[in-house]
Design a protein around this ligand. Sequence first.
Ligand code: HEC
Length: 167
Amino acid sequence: MRQILLSKQAIIAFTLCAVGTLLAAAGDDGLKAPNGFKDWYFANSMLLTTDQNKFGLNAGNHLIYINAKGLERFKRGDASPYPDGTVFVDDVRSYTTDGGAYLDAGRKFLTTMVKDSKKYASTGGWGFQAWVGGDPSKPVVMDAAKQCFACHTSQKAHDFAFSTYVD
Ligand code: HEC
């Protein structure tokens, strides 16, 4: 039933709007799965096991990257906002265990935050999106305010980013 309703809405939207607006209406914020982030600055990591964690986040090895645009601010670590064009990636890796070792078992999610203070003003100036397995055809965020920003808002004093520079 929900699917039928959604497709009716999609048809109406298609009739009324240009394609760009249609994508927005369908919950697609236009964010693209970033390419080449493995050449960016490796900012931080956090291994979340299947034990319950205090954030309620997905288990996985979270590998955080930041692009050159935001690097200076990241290293400074003060309260100033990240410049527009900053991109964070959280490459969430599955793992297996073998004899006390945690082994990489492929990409679980590719998660990103893109700074555009005007476009994403309602979510702290950040666009949020994540893709299952990094597959561009499988975005998971339909409501960034609820699914992402609600938790990131706790980091307001750090422009909504959790990761901090570690030496
Ligand atoms: C329950 C809290 C919570 C929710 C919900 C959440 N995050 Fe995060 N996020 C974190 C924490 C904690 C970190 C830092 C730890 C980590 O994942 O490495 C983080 C880190 C990130 C980072 C790396 C930059 C940074 O802030 O350190 C990105 C990108 C990111 N999250 C995107 C998202 C997206 C997109 C969503 C929505 C699908 C989302 N987050 C939802 C808690 C949350």
